[in-house]
Design a protein around this ligand. Structure first.
Ligand SMILES: Nc1ncnc2c1ncn2[C@@H]1O[C@H](COP(=O)(O)OP(=O)(O)OP(=O)(O)O)[C@@H](O)[C@H]1O
Length: 622
């Protein structure tokens, strides 16, 4: 029953609902506000509950004073007679209403709001980052982004708890006390106002200091976290080039900086808390003295002295609580701002509002005067013009750095061209949605990254409906079935159920590439891009897979990049690139006949580069 109630309460809002949060052109406070009030109706109900609960608490404290006065005035004989109904009414109010509102507060804040704001914020952050283009991800540490998504979400949820759950109720409380005390005697109201004012000044002066110290510590923490993830994800390079000792030294240096920043932050907090304690004690002493003086002058009754002291003691602890929460709030806010700066980074590549879904027709690909420089000065691709006819298989070759992968990235619209246009089936890539475009293109790259998921999930990535039979068939076609069936992971899961390690480290390069091929076989897209698709395979396997690829490519427009020229030699046509431009084009035989760059590359691949040739030829060496 209770369990069902909790479930009901936590399902009052949907944290996974699409939230169109605007990041650009907003201040950090506005961004935070949108997240704190992501569920506005329930938050308003919470505030209402808090208000009623505060009024009940203040009434309870006042009732104590009233009781004392009545006890004094009536004496034991008449007290019950005169106050029976009042006491019964108060008992009902305090025994029923107060616990009821306290429970409503707990359920609303913990189950309905906090956990769902935490989830919804993370969903919002993740969604935002996914929309960023490749340039963004090349500049940012993956670990840093992961940390911002998670820690940023936690900070927002904590600010909600501290701000709306604690500071706001305590401000309500202080406001109610101010009204109640002023009503008792205006002197008390003035002292109360001074006390709160002094506290506000202290908060005004100290909180920015704490906030800045917190921001430095949080920035350093994010950076340290990012480089630790960097070390772990490049562990092989670290072990080979940097060595444990140096990596350790680098980490310790960074942690030292973080420790200093943390100590500075803690120092500002401790000093502030000391000041708050002093102001609290002074206020308490003033109220005690003033209420006794007023009682002596018969301006207030004995019961009212009890009320004043009760108020003052409660208020002192509330002020301490507010300050503690404010420091936490501003620390979280400092960290949130760092997250917000990442989130508000403008999206480099956004689908037009009127972008249509890409409609595949025959697979005619046209590059028209394409220019691109990764947003920099030096052009990487210059005035590129070529056409891939439907079903045509074209290979791109050229020296390393010629711009071959850049062409592929542009075709996949990982970047927008900076000049000219790319059309597929007469649709400019700029005018179609990115997802619909990519769903029609299959890519196998030299850098096959696998997710730390099962082999089945890795192959069926993007093909949610795929059955085990289809996945097996794709794996068989990619010559991957044999090794997949022999796999056992460290939790004893076998075959297609086995998990590959992060980035697929438990598999060899060739095995990873075969998984990637199986992925494309399963997806069976009408356009195929092979970027060094078989580079990690040995010559025998390369030949086998090549045969399968030839079969798969049959009715698809295909663009292939390969350094191993035998892989692309049999393509319908070859495009030779040099320094971002097309220098030659033709079939393998035509290009060999021309004796240009392709012929040179081919020659070098089979007979070695000139220097080696000269060194190895006895006559030349003499
Ligand atoms: N994200 C990037 N930002 C800036 N410059 C880049 C980026 N990616 C690649 N480049 C530059 O663009 C040029 C072409 O790179 P690209 O990867 O397209 O060449 P490639 O012909 O595919 O080389 P390889 O055969 O070695 O893979 C290189 O000078 C490279 O430094």
């Amino acid at each position: 029953m209770l369990h069902a109630f909790y479930k009901w309460a936590s399902n009052r809002v949907d944290p996974f609902a699409k939230n169109h949060m605007e990041w650009e052109g907003k201040t950090h406070l506005q961004q935070l506000w949108s997240l704190l009030f992501i569920f506005p109706k329930h938050t308003l109900v919470l505030l209402l509950v808090v208000l009623v609960e505060t009024i009940l608490t203040v009434s309870l404290l006042s009732f104590v004073g009233f009781l004392i006065d009545q006890l004094e005035a009536s004496g034991p004989e008449l007290f019950w007679q005169q106050n029976m109904w009042l006491i019964a009414g108060a008992a009902i109010a305090f025994l029923l209403a107060k616990p009821l509102f306290s429970i409503a507060y707990e359920v609303l804040i913990s189950l309905t709001l906090h956990v769902n704001i935490l989830t919804a914020t993370r969903v919002t952050f993740f969604d935002r980052l996914l929309k960023q283009d490749m340039t963004f991800f090349q500049k940012e540490f993956a670990g840093n982004l992961a940390s911002k998504t998670f820690v940023g979400g936690r900070e927002v949820a904590e600010m909600f708890w501290a701000g709306i759950g604690v500071v706001v109720p305590n401000v309500f409380f202080a406001g109610s006390l101010l009204i109640a005390l002023s009503w008792l005697h205006w002197y008390l109201g003035v002292v109360m106002l001074l006390w709160i004012g002094l506290f506000a000044v202290l908060a005004y002066v100290r909180v920015p200091i704490i906030r800045d110290a917190s921001k430095s510590a949080s920035d350093i923490a994010h950076a340290v976290n990012g480089s630790v993830v960097d070390v772990y994800s490049n562990i092989q390079t670290v072990k080979l080039f940097q060595g444990n000792e140096r990596a350790n030294g680098q980490f310790t240096d960074q942690l030292r900086g973080f420790r200093v920043a943390m100590i500075q932050f803690r120092t500002t907090v401790v000093t502030s808390r000391m000041l708050v304690a002093v102001i609290g004690a002074c206020g308490l002493a003033t109220f005690t003295g003033l209420s006794l003086v007023l009682w002596y002058q018969q301006a207030i009754t004995t019961g009212e002295v009890a009320i004043v002291l009760g108020f003052a003691i409660r208020l002192e602890s509330k002020l301490l609580e507010i300050f503690a929460q404010l420091t936490g709030l501003f620390r979280s806010y400092g960290s949130f701002k760092s997250t917000a700066r990442t989130m508000e980074h403008s999206l480099g590549l956004v689908d037009d509002s009127d972008a249509k879904d890409f409609q595949f027709n025959k697979g005619l690909i046209e590059f028209k005067n394409v220019n691109f420089a990764y947003g920099q000065q030096t052009a990487i691709v210059k005035d590129l013009n070529f056409t891939l006819h439907p079903g045509e298989k074209v290979g791109i070759v050229g020296h390393s750095g010629a711009g071959k992968s850049t062409v592929v990235n542009l075709l996949l619209r990982m970047y927008d061209v900076e000049g000219g246009a790319i059309n597929i089936d007469h649709q400019n890539l700029r005018n179609v949605t990115q997802e619909s475009l990519r769903s029609e293109i299959g890519l196998v790259t030299q850098d096959t990254s696998l997710f730390h998921r099962s082999i089945f999930d890795n192959i069926s990535l993007g093909s949610d409906e795929a059955t085990m039979e289809e996945v097996r068939a794709a794996a068989r076609r990619a010559h991957a079935l044999e090794f997949i069936e022999a796999l056992v992971d460290n939790k004893g899961r076998r075959g297609f159920e086995a998990f590959v390690g992060e980035r697929g480290i438990k598999l060899s390069g060739g095995q990873r590439q075969r998984i990637a091929l199986a992925r494309v076989f399963l997806k069976n897209p009408p356009i195929l891009i092979l970027d060094e698709a078989t580079s990690a395979l040995d010559t025998k396997l390369d030949a086998d897979i090549q045969e399968i690829l030839n079969d798969v490519m049959k009715d698809k427009t295909t663009l292939a990049i390969a350094h191993r020229l035998t892989t692309v030699a049999r393509m319908d046509r070859l495009i030779v690139m040099d320094k971002g431009q097309i220098t030659e084009t033709g079939t393998h035989a035509e290009l060999l006949g021309k004796g240009g760059l392709y012929a040179e590359l081919w020659h070098n691949q089979f007979y070695g580069v000139k220097t080696a040739e000269t060194e190895l030829t006895p006559t030349a060496a003499q």
